[in-house]
Design a protein around this ligand. Structure first.
Ligand code: MCN
Ligand code: MOS
Length: 779
């Protein structure tokens, strides 16, 4: 299947096979420039696998200090006594910062109302405890070991009050998030008239992102300015928050984050240990490293909050869904509203005219939750797609057929046409590759020996978000291009696709282009979140590269010593590391030669997608908050997927194994099919974890996260993951984005847990509506 044809170079219909075969299925492209659409390997791959890539906390400043965070051990109340003398007297200790000896930290502005992946908690300002594992102190010493030892010497007593541990506890006061309510048609009445009604509750537990690189930073205060090496999905957001915490100008903050060892939504903005590091560096006038331990990351920042949704579906006998009524809630902290909105896909996936959905948050004693891959869409699709399977069984209609009978020819929620929706193709190609037509509908009807076989499917979607961005391209004295942009590469492939974007325009091999990312000094870009960065920054680099090309042609034509002097730029082209005459072959000036002839300042070009007349400060504002993110206006633009899963359930032991996964996905044009597949399967694997393993276990007595480490908080390992087939059914969608691509990063996880739950039902006849699907729930 070595399949990069002319169509393949636009990322079309690139079919790949199982994960184990991916090397043969995804050859390096033969295209001369390895531009967009080429299935190239990651440019940053080698430095990452050889350990050369320096992650934030690996930055080694001169004469560093080490800070160790102290966390609370109760959920609610106040610190009644704290004794830090022993710690202060321990070898190497410089300071113990607590509410008794605080450093001022200002309350940051919530970055987005009802969706900020951020806590506004300010540590060490008072004695109040609002959750277990709250950051309540920082011990600073000459070495990490000294700081760790000293932290253990701090004595703390609490006056505890009754905490609200779970969203369903008595005393919890729900808050509506009415901004996101859905009220279409007359759902109550349509429900009454429906032939078949189903109403069930679907829940997802607390889940944690847990990237390999824990949350760890280096803060260095020097002469009124702070530089922070911080793993970041969004350096501009980090810059604002740190400035606010410290009470200094945003411009006095620099964030450096060239590599991020995964974020999955947990690194959009820094958390409060970073605030402690920054103010401690200022107070002690030395650089300081602060790293949360793995257990501390479970409460030093939030993961996906637990969700619960009551979902009622009404349908006609022939399988037309006539009404949906949904009431959902998710946990939040006592101080911030973070809504994991369970109705993100409810009214969008199918042609349903009557929908009523309301979501509320329930404040409890927990750290403010945050983003985790597809916040909202993920639990929303779990509920809806399991409910659709239940309806299919209630009506005795094949689950895939039921979905087709409810095909949405437009976005019913927004009443807008789709920009593109190749979901039917996804259903068809996915079903074909999976062999869905051989499925026997009756549960427990397929088996092999002791193993029950279950086949399940689900749909998934993720929206296209947008924000302008900027880039800079430099031609170096050696005739090489450097592309710069502040956007992050969190393991996604930004480095690579930006080189590919520039290569298309500049006519050089993309592997020769250097890309620099993740620094507030570089041209503006917004968050690597909401699966939009690729679209935003490829568009910016495309524009900048065109400006660079125009500039080079102009220089070649105008520089007195250029061999092409006097040739109109319209007769020149940029390819093969040279500006060439289009008509007279051999007449050319190499980029290296041009670089020596041209004045240095003429070889740096900036560009991007902000409106030309937008001021610098307005541009700053846009990339520094989340409210200016937009969606296309005349169309509803989304990525789509169809997930097919086979599980095997051991009848005696109840163990569940995912045997096969097939997904057909529409993410529009793929900028790099190899990387897009890597993203998709990454999401699918995370979906396996969500379906079968992941669950934060909370101690009802004190709100402690009991399984706060990677030995007890289970995630899939290689042995849990079957062969995965991904099929690209997307086509370029220029209504969605400038470069024609749609969302990739979060799409892969959406719907996976539902497909697995549906497969488990098919295998066993047991319907599991509460994730994860552990064996106790099916035996
Ligand atoms: N891509 C493509 N064609 C497109 C769009 C994207 O080939 N049409 C590929 C590119 O390689 C691009 C990548 O997919 O770099 C992701 O692009 P995009 O969907 O725009 O997502 P972002 O760049 O905004 O990345 C964030 C996204 C999110 S929100 C989460 S959560 C997530 C994810 O990416 N976290 C990740 N994928 C992750 N992958 C890794 N390794 N680590 C994480 O923390
Ligand atoms: Mo992704 S959860 O939007 O960072």
């Amino acid at each position: 299947t070595a399949a990069i044809s002319a169509a393949g170079s636009l990322g079309l219909h690139m079919q790949s096979v199982s994960a184990s075969d991916s090397a043969t299925a995804m050859p390096e492209t033969a295209s001369p420039v390895q531009g967009l659409g080429a299935a190239r390997s990651r440019g940053d791959g080698k430095v990452k696998v050889t350990g050369e890539a320096r992650y934030a906390v690996e930055h080694q400043p001169e004469n560093p200090l080490y800070g160790v965070v102290i966390q609370s051990t109760v959920a609610s109340g106040r610190i009644s006594r704290m004794s830090v003398e022993k710690a202060q007297q321990a070898t190497g200790v410089l300071a113990v910062y607590t509410h008794l000896n605080p450093l001022k930290i200002n309350k940051p502005t919530a970055i987005a109302d009802g969706g900020a992946a951020q806590s506004t908690y300010t540590p060490i300002q008072d004695d109040k405890i609002i959750h277990n594992g709250q950051n309540i102190g920082l011990v600073v010493a000459e070495t990490f070991e000294q700081a760790t030892w000293a932290a253990s010497l701090v004595e703390i007593e609490y006056e505890t009050s009754r905490g609200l541990i779970f969203a369903t506890d008595e005393g919890v006061e729900p808050k509506p998030v009415s901004k996101q309510d859905i009220d279409m048609g007359d759902a109550e009445q349509a429900m009454q008239q429906a032939d078949v009604r189903l109403s069930e509750r679907y829940t997802t537990p607390r889940e944690y992102n847990m990237p390999m690189e824990p949350h760890a930073c280096v803060a260095h205060w020097q002469e009124g300015r702070i530089t922070v090496w911080e793993p970041s999905q969004w350096v501009a957001g980090a810059q604002v928050e740190i400035g606010e915490w410290m009470g200094i100008d945003t411009e006095a903050v620099r964030i450096i984050s060239p590599y991020v060892g995964g974020g999955f939504g947990s690194k959009p903005v820094p958390y409060t240990h970073v605030a402690l590091a920054c103010v401690a560096s200022r107070a002690l006038k030395r650089p300081i490293k602060v790293s949360l331990t793995r257990p501390q990351t479970f409460t030093g920042l939030g993961g996906r909050p637990a969700t619960s949704q009551q979902l009622e579906l009404g349908a006609s006998r022939d399988g037309k869904i006539q009404a949906i009524i949904q009431r959902s809630f998710s946990e939040t902290s006592l101080i911030d509203v973070f809504a994991e909105n369970c109705s993100k896909v409810t009214a969008r996936m199918y042609a349903v005219e009557n929908v009523s959905a309301q979501h509320q948050v329930r404040p409890i004693n927990t750290v403010t939750p945050g983003w985790m891959r597809a916040p909202g869409e993920n639990p929303s699709a779990f509920g809806l797609e399991v409910a659709m399977d239940e309806m299919a069984y209630a009506l005795n209609i094949d689950p895939l057929e039921l979905r087709l009978r409810n095909w949405a020819d437009k976005d019913y929620q927004l009443d807008l046409p789709w920009s593109s929706r190749r979901l039917k193709e996804a259903y068809q190609k996915g079903a074909e590759a999976f062999g869905w037509d051989r499925r026997i509908m009756t549960p427990r009807s397929m088996r092999e020996g002791r193993e029950l076989i279950g086949w399940g499917m689900a749909s998934g979607t993720y929206p296209v978000n947008k924000l302008p961005a900027e880039a800079k391209i430099i031609l170096t004295p050696h005739g090489r291009f450097v592309v710069q942009c502040a956007g992050a590469d969190i393991g996604t492939g930004t480095y690579t696709i930006l080189a590919q974007t520039a290569a298309d325009i500049l006519g050089v091999d993309s592997t020769t282009i250097e890309v620099e990312l993740g620094d507030t000094r570089l041209p503006r870009a917004g968050v690597a979140g909401g699966s939009q960065l690729a679209g935003n920054v490829t568009a910016a680099v495309n524009d900048t590269a065109k400006r660079m090309r125009a500039q080079l042609l102009k220089l070649a034509s105008e520089l007195p010593q250029s061999p092409l002097n006097g040739t109109p730029a319209s007769q020149l082209t940029l390819k093969g590391d040279a500006v060439q005459h289009t008509l007279r072959s051999g007449l050319a000036v190499s980029l290296a030669q041009l670089a020596t002839l041209a004045p240095a300042e003429s070889l740096t070009v900036t560009g991007g997608t902000f409106p030309d007349d937008m001021s610098q400060s307005e541009r700053d504002k846009m990339v520094r908050n989340l409210n200016d993110m937009s969606r296309p206006e005349a169309f509803s633009a989304h990525s789509w997927s169809a997930q097919f899963v086979e599980v095997r359930v051991d009848e005696d032991f109840g163990t569940i194994r995912v045997k096969r996964m097939v997904a057909a996905l529409d993410s529009g044009r793929l900028y790099n099919p190899k990387l897009a597949r890597s993203q998709w399967i990454g999401g699918m694997i995370m979906g396996v974890g969500q379906a079968l393993m992941e669950e934060g276990i909370i101690d009802p007595r004190n709100g402690r996260v009991i399984n706060n480490n990677l030995a007890d908080y289970l995630v899939p390992v290689n042995g849990d993951i079957p062969s995965i087939t991904t099929i690209n059914v997307g086509e370029p969608d220029f209504e969605a984005t400038t470069m024609g691509g749609k969302a990739v990063g979060e799409l892969g996880i959406v719907g996976v847990a539902a497909a697995i739950s549906n497969a488990v039902f098919h295998a066993t006849g047991k319907r599991v509506r509460d994730l994860p699907i552990t064996l106790d729930k099916i035996i």
